[in-house]
Design a protein around this ligand. Sequence first.
Ligand SMILES: *Cc1c(COP(=O)(O)O)cnc(C)c1O
Length: 493
Amino acid sequence: MHDQVLQNLWETAQGKWETGVLPTAESLARARASLPRSLPDSGINLEDVQQHILNEIVPAFNGGSISPNYYGFITGGVTPAALFADNVVSAYDQNVQVHLTNHSIVTDVEHNALGLLTDLFELDRSQWHNGTFTTGATASNILGLACGREYVLRKVAEKKGLRMTSVGESGLFELLHALNLSGIQVLSTLPHSSLVKAAGILGIGRANVRNIAQSSNPLKFDLEQLEHELARADKVSIVAVSSGEVNTGRFATTADDISQIRQLCDKYGAWLHADGAFGIFGRVLNDDPEFATVKQGSRGLEWVDSITGDGHKLLNVPYDCGFFFCRHPDLAASVFQNANAAYLAGGPSDGPVIPSPLNIGIENSRRFRALPVYASLLYYGKDGYRAMLERQTKLARGINDWIFDHPDYVALPRTSSKADHLDQTFMSVLFRAKDDTLNKQLARKINETSKMFVSGTSWDGAPATRIAVSNWRVDVQRDLDLVTGVLAEVARS
Ligand SMILES: *Cc1c(COP(=O)(O)O)cnc(C)c1O
């Protein structure tokens, strides 16, 4: 029975994107009408539950992860290896919270998968094989800012010879008060909204995420202003680099920039965090001149203190999965330790030192979300992922090439030459229609075709449209024909 349902699911998943990237209005209405108004006293049999879900709920899903032509948000997809592993995860429902060497292999697998990821991103294992799996990049950004908050205040406390040295232990307010500081600030350029959310959650405050960009380029740090802010006596600072800006797909820094920012952070005791949710995958591309600009943007990450990455985007594993790397192996435990639970300590081990996940991250009980990552990495290897990312980049560049020359569209951000624009293109395309009336409805008109789906956004204070290529099913020529066909049709209308 289980096999049959899985088989059906897989076939549905394969066929779905041939029927459109959005559900029909009828499917949505039918699914809504099928939802029970209250919980019945007695249950129904399993087959009926399955039929209800497959025949009424599923047809009202969108093609987000299934269709190669769903370019909204950055949804990624689910690789066959990850789909298999994720079903194993549900069937065996292992709880990955404490490292107990004699009870289960799951913490070892999770730790191993984290190491494989450092290999994929060419991060030195001796420094970077620390961190954890999270529910996504938002959670990873919370971890990054939380570790940063702990670190920057500890630095000041140590300098002042204060005994109270941990936010996790003493509390943010008490420590700031004892240190005679008015707060913590996060210095960034075009940060993702989730970084601002993280600052809100952590008591730093959304208003204290400050933009430190050059006036001529909103993504590049103004190093003079940055130093000025870092030198303030009343605040401590975390610098957050947008290693992959979500609208343009471009990078805030080059290796040179990061090295300069690193020096400033060391001089003033600041923490350096990189949000590489999708951008860290730039490191997987090869060294050909074709990809040099993108690769250059993701260089230097090895010198930051903490890195955010997403699993459910470009790694193409199912929701919800992200990861977090930290160069300071013991720091997360001072923030996230599960106090007074000695019975939860990990057992002795002759293998690597594996921290219990509940002491270094947000959750206690946790899903075995590392297994789909592990499976997909083994299945593709470095070369498989590199080939996938090359196809995604080539498709985005093909679309940008077409848009750049089209009389009705403008490629964004505006760049002097087409060659430069294409060099800077990773897997995102940002553009607008020249005609204002069309531009206001552009995303809606494209999505109404149901042949592809795009996100509406804004750029430079005006509406813009974004295509994010992130699915493993990408086929450069097939998808380029489809996308340019739809854009031509919409421009004519
Ligand atoms: C998507 C994204 C996030 C948030 O990630 P979730 O996986 O949705 O939590 C953070 N930063 C960047 C740059 C992103 O692209």
